[in-house]
Design a protein around this ligand. Structure first.
Ligand SMILES: Nc1nc2c(ncn2[C@@H]2O[C@H](COP(=O)(O)OP(=O)(O)OP(=O)(O)O)[C@@H](O)[C@H]2O)c(=O)[nH]1
Ligand SMILES: [Mg+2]
Length: 451
């Protein structure tokens, strides 16, 4: 990654190390954030919307028990940046039909032809039969450039140096490549129309898109485009509805922010980023990874994981409360197993919870449950009837049930017995815990009403 938005890491470091009061540190961070983003050409309006959301959340949200507001703030910043750059989920790059026709558009030199080669390489590596079509009739060398790339990556190729009409070439290209079995067809287009002839370029894109109705139009943007990105994205979008964006030359020294925030203008997602001139230098754009790198993932990864665990622990606390107030059955155990698999043994988790200063009675079984065993137990519970889940004692009483469950879950009767033992053990523990809680409540009441 280049120097894109490199100030963010420092701003965050400063925030975490600051001794100012929380509110003041937040303000300082937001200022630093704005400065960095604007300097990197991120659209000003976006920057202000982002700062507003971060500020609001920072002042309103309560961190889960065990986390500081400062830690929680890091998570807020991380989440809001991820949202700015496209959201939690990585974009889908799997073609939804065959043949899947992709049309690349973009201004001169943005990297369309190179990217066509890279995409072909990407899909070839994933065992797709790929075809490339050259429709650029304006630049004489374009034909050979793409033909050579096709050869290099093992893709089919169509072009017609004698034909002047790009619409005809596109139609014929798609027809021929499809009949040769191409599953992904990538249409490269012109970027050059002579000086001041952007209108005719847009017109050409509109004509091609109207004629062949590509499954996806991808706007190729040079990372260095700056603030112009928005306007440009809008104009292309009007000519041929942009489905997604590829940002090229993110390996350079460009600021990148302009291109990165073109996302917001078109509503299209960034799917790939180009990080070099070679065909292999294309990456699926993953906002979480990208933002992680911007903020110094090495530094914040642990923090984010801990916060997530604390949030889960909060959920578990609710779960325990529910268990204490209700009945323990196999459904409850199932839910817990799922959570414990993420967090660690129940006794450890409970001791983490603020409301349970009480240490659980020693829990030798619980401490020993490995992941494999938990998976086995979860399978066992899934093989129980609703009745058995609610009254596990039934299984103890009737041996046929025990055998049926073991068989159904691909485990042994010993495994099922072991789970039943755990259930009884947990039930005893819960009784003790309930008593202690009652006692604690009584003590607290006593303190409120001193004699
Ligand atoms: N460093 C780097 N260079 C790139 C990247 N993508 C493209 N380039 C370079 O950018 C230049 C222009 O690339 P092309 O693919 O020819 O651009 P184009 O959009 O097809 O250009 P026209 O057809 O003239 O509109 C070439 O020198 C490429 O090697 C990238 O991700 N990183
Ligand atoms: Mg080209």
């Amino acid at each position: 990654m280049p120097e894109v938005l490199s100030g963010l890491k420092d701003a965050l470091k400063k925030f975490l190390g600051s001794t100012s009061p929380y509110e003041k540190s937040v303000e300082e961070f937001v200022k630093d954030l704005q400065r960095t983003l604007i300097k990197s050409d991120v659209n000003v309006k976006l920057v202000f919307e982002l700062s507003k959301r971060i500020r609001e959340r920072a002042l309103k949200e309560k961190p889960p028990a065990g986390a500081s507001r400062r830690d929680w703030f890091v998570k807020i910043v991380y989440e809001e940046l991820v949202r700015l750059f496209g959201g939690e989920e990585a974009p889908s790059v799997i073609p939804s039909k065959k043949p899947y026709v992709i049309m690349l558009v973009g201004v001169q030199g943005s990297g369309k032809t190179t990217t066509a080669g890279k995409l072909a390489h990407y899909y070839r590596n994933r065992k797709f039969k790929v075809g490339l079509v050259q429709t650029d009739t304006h630049r004489p060398a374009a034909y050979d450039q793409l033909r050579q790339l096709a050869e290099q990556v093992g893709a089919l190729f169509y072009g017609d140096p004698g034909e002047r009409d790009p619409v005809k070439i596109t139609r014929e290209g798609i027809r021929q490549l499809a009949s040769q079995g191409a599953e992904v067809i990538i249409v490269d287009t012109a970027g050059r129309h002579g000086y001041g002839e952007e209108e005719s370029l847009m017109e050409e894109m509109r004509r091609i898109a109207d004629a062949v109705k590509p499954d996806e139009v991808i706007l190729v943007l040079d990372a260095g485009i700056g603030q112009k990105a928005r306007d440009l994205a809008r104009r292309f979008h009007e000519a041929a509805p942009i489905g997604s964006i590829i940002i090229t030359k993110l390996d350079g020294t460009a600021k990148g922010g302009g291109a990165l925030s073109a996302v917001a203008e078109t509503g299209a997602r960034i799917k790939f980023v180009g990080t070099g001139e070679k065909v292999g230098e294309l990456e699926v754009f993953q906002p979480t990874r990208f933002v992680g790198r911007l903020l110094g993932m090495g530094d914040i990864q642990g923090l984010l994981e801990r916060l997530e665990a604390l949030e889960e622990a909060g959920d578990l606390e609710k779960n325990v409360e529910e268990m204490l107030s209700g009945r323990l059955d196999m459904r409850v155990i199932y839910r817990q197993l799922r959570q414990i698999r993420k967090l660690g043994p129940l006794s450890k988790v409970l001791s983490m919870l603020p409301g349970y200063g009480i240490q659980l009675p020693e829990d030798p079984e619980g401490a020993k449950i490995g992941e494999e065993k938990m998976d086995r137990w979860m399978a066992i519970i899934q093989s129980m009837t609703p009745e058995e889940m609610e009254k596990p004692e039934l299984i103890e009483r009737e041996k046929t049930r025990l055998r049926r469950i073991a068989y159904g879950s691909g485990t042994s009767p010993e495994d099922v017995k072991e789970l039943l033992t755990y259930y009884l053990h947990l039930k005893r523990m819960m009784k003790q815990l309930k008593r202690k809680k009652k006692l604690l409540k009584k003590l607290q009441l006593d303190q409120q009403w001193p004699a």
